[in-house]
Write a protein that binds this ligand. Structure first.
Ligand SMILES: Nc1ncnc2c1ncn2[C@@H]1O[C@H](COP(=O)(O)OP(=O)(O)OP(=O)(O)O)[C@@H](O)[C@H]1O
Ligand SMILES: [Mg+2]
Length: 241
């Protein structure tokens, strides 16, 4: 099957194939942070992120969430529907961390009274700024589209928060992207991985996500492996399957 590179992003390469309307996402071992000012790479990152994304998309599909996921084709590659992406990053937060802790003047780890959603405009030049609905109208994103983004984000949180809780993990926050398929339906796209979520061990508070890379904490490869293990092998209440 022929592959044609359509887009090289920071974390993935996106290929078109002979199949119409279908993409391959090949996850790279590269990591970037702080708007790509910090760069790194480790062996196995592409595999852990592709495999975790695939497992989580499958889980969400099984619970009735529409996603772009079709199948995992090899360790680092997943096949998806090709979507028209909205230029929106939907951030869903359960606990104050990162920029939200700063914005609210909260200590990191403070639980939020209720889930907070932040919408950012996907623009490398601008550094993905937080936009309100008026700003989004200005750049051509409609209110109804943002409303769907928020619904999808909250729906995914309702499912993933307890999913991770059962595996001994606090889902602190995560970022998703949304796109439109040929039939006009908006659905969950891109990836769900330790690059795009904050995962804290429930018992120890240990960070098991990209913050280990951002903050040079060490143990980043082991943290990604541990999260993949919990997602793919751990049953309810921490039992091994
Ligand atoms: N189903 C899909 N159809 C089309 N494009 C998609 C789909 N899922 C994700 N994408 C897009 O593919 C790209 C994934 O590559 P990657 O995550 O490496 O990008 P990135 O470096 O984070 O850059 P960007 O700022 O564009 O997200 C993103 O631009 C994302 O919006
Ligand atoms: Mg990305």
């Amino acid at each position: 099957m022929s592959e044609r590179l359509l887009y090289e992003g920071k974390a993935k390469r996106i290929f078109a194939t002979d199949e119409e309307g279908v993409l391959l996402h090949r996850y790279k071992d590269d990591a970037t942070a702080f708007n790509a000012q910090k760069r790194g790479s480790w062996v196995g990152k592409g595999r852990t992120n592709a495999t975790m994304s695939a497992a989580l998309f499958k889980f969400l599909e099984s619970r009735g969430v529409a996603t772009h996921f079709i199948e995992q084709v090899d360790d680092e590659t997943i096949k998806t529907k090709k979507l028209q992406m909205l230029p929106v990053e939907v951030i869903v937060r359960n606990v104050a961390a990162g920029s939200l802790a700063k914005r609210l003047g909260y200590e990191e780890g403070t639980p939020l009274k209720s889930t907070i959603i932040e919408l950012c405009y996907k623009s490398d030049e601008l550094g993905d700024p937080m936009f309100n609905w008026y700003h989004f109208r200005e750049v051509g994103v409609a209110d109804e589209e943002l409303k769907r983004c928020e619904e999808i984000g909250l729906g995914v949180n309702e499912l993933l928060y307890p999913f991770f809780d059962e595996k001994g993990v606090l889902l602190v926050d995560f970022k998703i992207e949304v796109g439109r398929d040929e039939g006009g339906e908006l659905m969950l796209a891109d990836e769900i991985s330790p690059d795009t979520c904050r995962f804290w061990d429930k018992e120890s508070g240990e960070k098991l996500d990209k913050d280990r890379f951002r903050q040079d904490m060490g143990g980043v490869e082991q943290a990604y492996e541990e999260m993949l293990r919990r997602v793919t092998h751990m049953g309810p209440m921490g039992t091994m399957e």
